[in-house]
Design a protein. Structure first.
Length: 255
């Protein structure tokens, strides 16, 4: 990002505020995520985990809304900046360095898990999903965003994205039931440092593009962890859910 020294703190803090409020792709995701949380009316005492928290944009906003939040990211620099930004925002958040495939938490530790634009970076995405299921409480809420299979290749991604069928199957296999899904369109994506340099020039165009029907290149998934059943019951239930998910995907594509 801006280097390892906090001497860049003022510049980083300024850009963080600008990027947080004006980045089109982040705002599209944030608007839907917080709308879903409001609809579901989760308790503010609920404990939230943000996997792949980056610089802490979502955890800071969640903490401001009264949630108890933990953020985890594999990138040490990102975690350090997240701590810095949360301190400046005067909110208490636990930020940890950790691997999504080996989360450092006990079973069923969280009421809500947010995993935004992370799985496409992980080779063992099913391992990460199993970890999500493990640390999520029974009937807990998962908010997941990923690029769709219509997204363009992007540096750092091990796959372009997921079809609705593919991500639904992977979640169901791990005992997570999709309750809502949205296909979204992001205007374009830029590497972080490049976006910093070109942001003033590109933002007006991104704003216009966000209101124009474009390629549907993103998925936002709302899901719940299923109740644990016996092996036979679980197999039958997952088959039922797969049928329902496939019917929902078919209906969604027809819209």
């Amino acid at each position: 990002m801006f280097g390892s020294s906090m001497g860049y703190g003022k510049i980083a803090s300024f850009y963080h505020k600008i990027f947080e409020r004006l980045d089109i792709n982040t705002q599209i995701r944030a608007r839907i995520i917080f709308k879903e949380l409001a609809i579901i009316e989760k308790e503010k005492s609920d404990k939230v985990l943000d996997i792949g928290c980056g610089d802490g944009i979502f955890p800071i906003e969640l903490a401001k809304r009264g949630y108890s939040v933990v953020g985890v990211d594999l990138n040490v620099k990102s975690v350090n900046y997240a701590k810095y930004f949360s301190k400046r925002s005067e909110v208490k958040i636990d930020f940890l360095v950790g691997d999504a495939c080996h989360l450092p938490f006990a079973n069923e530790s969280f009421d809500i898990i947010l995993c935004s634009e992370v799985l496409e970076h992980i080779k063992d995405d099913e391992g990460a999903i199993r970890e999500i299921e493990r640390v999520l409480k029974q009937n807990g809420l998962l908010i997941l965003t990923v690029p769709s299979d219509k997204a363009s290749p992007y540096p750092g991604h091990v796959r372009c994205g997921y079809s609705l069928y593919e991500i639904s199957s992977k979640l169901t296999k791990s005992g997570i039931n999709i309750i809502n899904k949205k296909i979204v369109s992001y205007p374009f994506r830029l590497k972080y440092k490049l976006s910093f340099l070109l942001f003033p020039l590109l933002y007006p165009f991104a704003l216009i593009l966000s209101f124009i029907k474009s390629k549907e290149n993103g998925l936002i998934i709302i899901a719940r962890k299923m109740k644990r059943l016996s092996e036979n019951e679980n197999r039958g239930r997952r088959q039922e859910i797969e049928v329902l998910n496939h019917e929902n995907l078919y209906n969604l594509r027809k819209r």
